[in-house]
Design a protein around this ligand. Structure first.
Ligand SMILES: C=CC1=C(C)c2cc3[nH]c(cc4nc(cc5[nH]c(cc1n2)c(C)c5CCC(=O)O)C(CCC(=O)O)=C4C)c(C)c3C=C
Ligand SMILES: [Fe+2]
Ligand SMILES: [Fe+2]
Length: 353
């Protein structure tokens, strides 16, 4: 049902991971990440000392990687650009209402807890919780929404967007970015590698985390959009950024790059679970895996940019926010969906809105 009531104050909260803004904040950022029970599922008495240990051990190498991007993460500036574009789009679509878009980061500033206070001060009639993760994972979306639900004490009816793995604008933005790189690649044999951030396999098999299934949904939709325009493409899904000793989802992106070398095909690689540029794209995909591709004899290695503020993607976010505002009779997170997200009516093909 479409809302017709005008003059509402609408807060849209964008959730993302956050990243250190300078070299000094690398260690506390890593501590916050590894101290999250959604990342390390141990009781606090064990998790907190472990998080201290891991963040100390990783500090120097992580600082060196952030130094390659000027010292800190570009995630917040990129997210601010997305927030501005979305706010303009939503205020145009919902003329008569006042829409303000906020940013809530999980592990660094602006912290979700701080944003919850800011949103309360805005005094919204409606709150839309919109993760900048197209695919739901317990490690990302659920972790962010949990903190939000525990800390937000302001006004308004809150509705969460669970995920949007096959939303039209998201898929089109991906297909366009990859299509441009395929044009650049020219005539030789090329494989499109869809690289998603990995998670431990145990989260999928044990906890039923829907992330892998939703990443596969995105890949299938993007491949269909590309093939609609250009005919069949060679493609593979792989997972990057493994951390720690556990078995993660595979094949890993380094394995997929080595395979491309062995098969004698060039590579167009695209981040399929990130919507902006940050350490995982600018350092891991561009520098580390670029060097690996060279070592493995991959003759062509091109990387498609993250969708950022590509108009179809901003449209997809706006569609999701407007869809959530008009939602009645569907349990938002914090009620039915959070308690039992496997039963979420917005899972699978129904996430487009
Ligand atoms: C789809 C998005 C993401 C998932 C799923 C995810 C899971 C996950 N991540 C780690 C450990 C690290 N992630 C790090 C950086 C990082 N991760 C994401 C997104 C997802 N993570 C983003 C957007 C970023 C970039 C932040 C930035 O500063 O630019 C890092 C820090 C960087 C590094 O040292 O490599 C770690 C560590 C785990 C363990 C995990 C699932 C269990
Ligand atoms: Fe859901
Ligand atoms: Fe991560």
């Amino acid at each position: 049902m479409t809302q017709t009531l005008k003059g509402r104050r609408i807060a849209v909260v964008l959730f993302n991971l956050g990243g250190p803004d300078d070299q000094a904040s690398v260690k506390p950022f890593l501590f916050n990440l590894f101290n999250d029970p959604a990342i390390i599922g141990l009781p606090g008495v064990l998790r907190t000392p472990l998080a201290k240990l891991i963040s100390s051990r990783r500090e120097t190498s992580a600082q060196a990687n952030y130094a390659l991007m000027g010292g800190g993460s570009p995630l917040l500036p990129g997210t601010r650009r997305q927030a501005e574009a979305l706010e303009a789009e939503l205020n145009a679509r919902l003329a008569g209402d006042e829409v303000q878009v906020f940013i809530a980061m999980r592990y660094w500033r602006p912290f979700t807890e701080e944003t919850a206070v800011e949103v309360a001060a805005f005094g919204p009639d409606e709150v839309v919780l919109l993760p900048l993760y197209p695919q739901f994972s317990t490690t990302t979306t659920e972790s962010s929404l949990k903190i939000w639900n525990e800390t937000y004490a302001g006004s308004g009816v809150s509705r969460a967007v669970c995920c949007y793995p096959s939303a039209t604008g998201w898929v089109e933005a991906q297909a366009q970015a990859i299509g441009s790189k395929l044009d650049e690649a020219g005539e030789g044999p090329v494989r499109v590698l869809f690289s998603a951030h990995g998670i431990p396999e145990k989260l999928v098999s044990g906890k039923g985390d829907p992330y892998q299934e939703q990443v596969e949904t995105t890949v299938a939709a993007v491949v269909a959009a590309i093939e609609r325009d250009r005919g069949p493409i060679d493609h593979a899904l792989c997972y990057q950024s493994r951390v720690g000793p556990m078995k993660w989802l595979g094949p890993s992106t380094p394995e997929a790059i080595a395979q491309a070398g062995a098969d004698g095909v060039g590579v167009v690689i695209t981040p399929i679970a990130f919507v902006s540029e940050h350490i995982e794209t600018l350092v891991e995909l561009d520098i580390e895996y670029g060097e690996l591709a060279h070592e493995k004899g991959v003759s062509l290695y091109l990387r498609a940019p993250a969708v950022g503020i590509a108009p179809p993607f901003i449209d997809a976010l706006a569609d999701a926010a407007v869809g959530a505002l008009g939602r009645t009779g569907v349990a938002p997170f914090g009620q039915g969906c959070k308690a039992d997200w496997k039963a979420c009516p917005y899972r699978k093909g129904k996430h487009a809105a």
